[in-house]
Design a protein around this ligand. Structure first.
Ligand SMILES: NC(=O)c1ccc[n+]([C@@H]2O[C@H](COP(=O)([O-])OP(=O)(O)OC[C@H]3O[C@@H](n4cnc5c(N)ncnc54)[C@H](OP(=O)(O)O)[C@@H]3O)[C@@H](O)[C@H]2O)c1
Length: 296
């Protein structure tokens, strides 16, 4: 399969439906058509990729390409695929992390070859092919599918600078939950830290500036030294007195953060044990969390 022989179209030009086609185009793939609910979104993409046309219907797109990437929100992928007429051996691909190719069964029923291609990465904020390609560097791509598609998609992943991985269909929700913990929930966590800075009179921008070096250094430490070495703070020191002062202050000032803090303190205990805190210290911290958050 020669990549440049296949024409590619994207249905759904949102966060991923911008980043992925831009990166593919930067690597010489023929992204020739875009369709989105709003024509202006398809035009946005077409204006950045030479040879790419914004088309006015999903069927027009499907009729004009070899491979259709459906990059709409997960909740409508099944309906979008079901509304199309597919050609035998045409590729139908979704990029949903949690679901299998079962979402595309109506395409498969018509003889299309179906696949799932999920980059374990976030694509917010991209509008340039070079930046989009750089965002793919080292990324794992969960690939599954039928017929010739898995091999083709694995090659796409490698061409983008990533690594294909195989995830069992039954494990996909877990795999995707891992992405959410590491990305969306990380943002939620930092939102809480920003709230704390704001409660002390700083702006949100000042808070992000203050938090960024700490968070970045922590991620660097995780990568370079491992999770246990990167874990610092009162829980891994077994310092229940400081944990109590945090929980009490949160309870007084921002009680909505008590469950998050308490749950994560509890989640830190296995690492703390690995780093050497003793059973009495574990019990003291567990009792504190139970007191403020409740036991599981
Ligand atoms: N966001 C990420 O970083 C990321 C990472 C990995 C995988 N994914 C996967 O990529 C897919 C898209 O996610 P996303 O975050 O890019 O979503 P998104 O930002 O909401 O973009 C999807 C776009 O599809 C268009 N759309 C909605 N309904 C449509 C329909 N019925 N027909 C055609 N176009 C429609 C909308 O664009 P207009 O209204 O502007 O036309 C919408 O902005 C999902 O399967 C998601 O799991 C996303």
């Amino acid at each position: 399969m020669i990549k440049n022989d296949l024409s590619i179209g994207f249905i759904g030009v949102g966060v991923l439906g911008k980043g992925l086609p831009l990166a593919l185009a930067a690597q010489g793939y023929r992204v020739v058509a875009a369709y989105s609910r709003r024509l202006s979104s398809a035009q946005w993409l077409a204006s950045r990729i030479p040879g790419c046309a914004a088309v006015e219907s999903a069927q027009e797109l499907a009729d004009s390409v070899d491979l259709v990437f459906i990059t709409t929100p997960d909740s409508v992928i099944r309906d979008v695929a079901a509304a199309l007429r597919w050609r035998p051996n045409q590729g139908a691909i979704h990029c949903c992390g949690a679901a299998s190719t079962e979402l595309l069964e109506s395409a498969a029923d018509q003889g299309a070859v179906t696949g799932a291609f999920h980059p374990f990465q976030t694509f917010a904020g991209l509008d340039d092919p070079k930046d989009a390609l750089a965002r793919m560097d080292g990324v794992r791509f969960a690939i599954s599918g039928h017929g010739w598609l898995p091999d083709y998609l694995a090659q796409v992943a490698r061409d983008l600078g990533g690594q294909p991985v195989s995830i069992a269909d039954a494990d996909r929700p877990l795999y995707h939950a891992a992405a959410v913990l590491a990305c969306g929930h990380l943002v939620a966590l930092l939102h809480g830290a920003v709230d704390l800075w704001q409660s002390m009179g700083f702006t949100a921008e000042e808070a992000v500036d203050a938090l960024y070096p700490l968070t970045r250094a922590t991620l660097d430490n995780i990568k370079n030294e491992g999770l246990a070495a990167a874990a610092t703070g009162p829980v891994v020191r077994g310092d229940a007195v400081t944990v109590r002062s945090h929980l009490e202050a949160l309870f007084q000032r921002l009680p909505e953060l008590v469950p998050v803090y308490g749950t994560l303190a509890r989640a830190s205990l296995p690492l703390a044990v690995r780093k050497g805190i003793g059973p009495d210290q574990v019990t003291a911290i567990e009792e504190l969390v139970d007191h403020y958050v409740g036991s599981e």
